[in-house]
Design a binder for this molecule. Structure first.
Ligand SMILES: Cc1cc2nc3c(=O)[nH]c(=O)nc-3n(C[C@H](O)[C@H](O)[C@H](O)COP(=O)(O)OP(=O)(O)OC[C@H]3O[C@@H](n4cnc5c(N)ncnc54)[C@H](O)[C@@H]3O)c2cc1C
Length: 396
């Protein structure tokens, strides 16, 4: 069997993997990035919405090639039609872009390649190699050929399925209540606001929300995420999305150009995202916003942190769990509180009836918020509806 040697092998060329590969290669590590699919970023499994606030932090320069639409704001709606409009003047960089995700992912992989990472497409990790109990690389199938890639550290960036971590013996199991199932239609011929991302919460999408993210010229990603155990018996994500579309006159002439489905985890992140000679980033570590399901920024941040920590580890040659704990500290310091707070908010939101949601949105739209962030919204909610934030008031 052919064997390839490198310092770091990164499994998965999503945003997390490409960022990890880029920062490892920039740090001088011999880096291989493998991707099982034939095309990076395709098929699409994303609503393509991001805020702008984190791009600088991870060293990504906004590029018109992957920005499909620049948003002026967001609209949050209740099923009864009450809405709250969030504009750039108040939300700042929290307002964002609708991407061409397949181009965004390719741009990040290109950055990794330019930094010196080697990309192997149609190369699927099929197992972990251990010697005397220690992880020393991965087994892969590359264009039909079984190969070994031996490395000092494996970066598991294989997304929601996170098989690599499981093969390494890390428990990534999810509770049913921490999974949202999603379906999205790319629709045309629809009459939606061209520069506002829309979120509809409440009984239209039990445990999740409906999104309408405009892509210009009467086209938008219209999708839904729902928590299965909160749905009416026999109803699934498609049932709720079709119902929402059928009841909204803006979609009367709409046609579907593309359908996709997928899952997002809505838990606060793994207890530990490292072990000896392995590090987990992005969705594979369950590091994703539990309330919005937004994971692109978290994948990019954790990918960058992983690359930086691995660069340091290479200086001493120590890739043990103890040495990799520097990564744990980095992502937890930056994100843990927020992810946990949003997890608690998601749990609460799922218990509220439409009337309470309506009152909440009315209250938020009249509250004097200078800067609208999830944190400030929760602060306003805490003042008027303390029962809604019961259990996590200390985090607000
Ligand atoms: C329906 C839906 C809508 C979403 N909408 C948004 C949104 O609007 N905004 C947002 O920020 N986030 C959104 N997300 C979440 C976002 O897509 C993820 O959080 C993000 O892609 C995580 O990046 P990642 O690099 O960790 O994993 P991924 O992007 O999933 O990348 C993992 C990569 O690993 C590859 N891979 C898997 N297994 C192997 C293997 N064995 N060998 C080799 N390669 C492998 C996969 O092919 C894939 O390319 C959405 C998710 C879903 C499902």
């Amino acid at each position: 069997m052919r064997t390839i040697q490198c310092d770091v092998v990164v499994v998965g060329a999503g945003p997390g993997g490409s960022m990890a590969a880029k920062y490892c290669a920039e740090g001088g590590l011999d880096t291989i990035l493998i991707e099982k699919k034939a095309e990076i970023g395709a098929p699409l499994r994303c609503a393509e919405g991001v805020s702008k606030s984190w791009l600088d932090e991870v060293g990504i320069k906004a590029d018109p090639t992957w920005i499909r639409a620049d948003m002026k704001g967001a609209i949050i709606k209740s099923p009864q039609g009450t809405s709250f409009q969030l504009d750039e003047s108040k939300a700042g960089a929290e307002v964002g872009y609708v991407l061409e995700r397949h181009l965004f992912d390719k741009a990040l992989a290109k950055d990794a390649a330019e930094a010196g990472a080697k990309i192997m497409m149609r190369t699927s990790c099929i197992g972990i190699i251990r010697e005397e109990g220690k992880i020393v690389g991965i087994k892969a199938k590359s264009l039909g050929e079984e190969i070994e890639i031996r490395a000092k550290c494996v970066v598991a960036a294989d997304g929601y399925e996170c098989q690599v971590a499981r093969w390494a013996g890390i428990d990534t199991n999810l509770k049913l209540s921490d999974i949202d199932s999603c379906i999205q239609y790319r629709m045309c011929n629809i009459d939606v606001a061209p520069d506002y991302c829309e979120f509809v919460i409440g009984s239209v999408a039990p445990g999740g929300y409906v999104w309408v993210f405009p892509k210009g010229n009467g086209v938008a990603n219209v999708g839904i995420g729902v928590a299965g155990q909160l749905c009416t018996k026999g109803a699934d994500a498609k049932y709720y999305l079709d119902k929402f579309i059928a009841e909204d006159p803006r979609f009367e002439k709409g046609q579907i150009l593309e359908i996709m489905g997928g899952f997002v985890s809505t838990c606060p992140g793994l207890d530990c995202a490292v072990d000896d000679n392995i590090i987990l980033v992005g969705d594979a570590a369950r590091i994703i916003d539990p309330i919005t399901g937004g994971g692109i920024c978290h994948a990019c941040r954790t990918g960058m942190y992983a690359g930086k920590v691995l660069t340091e580890c290479a200086k001493t040659g120590d890739f043990s769990k103890k040495a990799l704990m520097a990564y744990e500290k980095m992502w937890r310091d930056r994100m843990e509180d927020k992810l946990f707070r949003n997890f608690m908010a998601k749990e609460k939101l799922a218990t509220l009836d439409d009337e309470t949601i309506d009152q909440l949105i009315k209250m938020i739209s009249t509250a004097d918020l200078k800067n609208v962030t999830v944190y400030n919204l929760l602060k306003a909610v805490k003042e008027k509806f303390p029962q809604v934030v019961e259990g996590f008031e200390d985090l607000i």
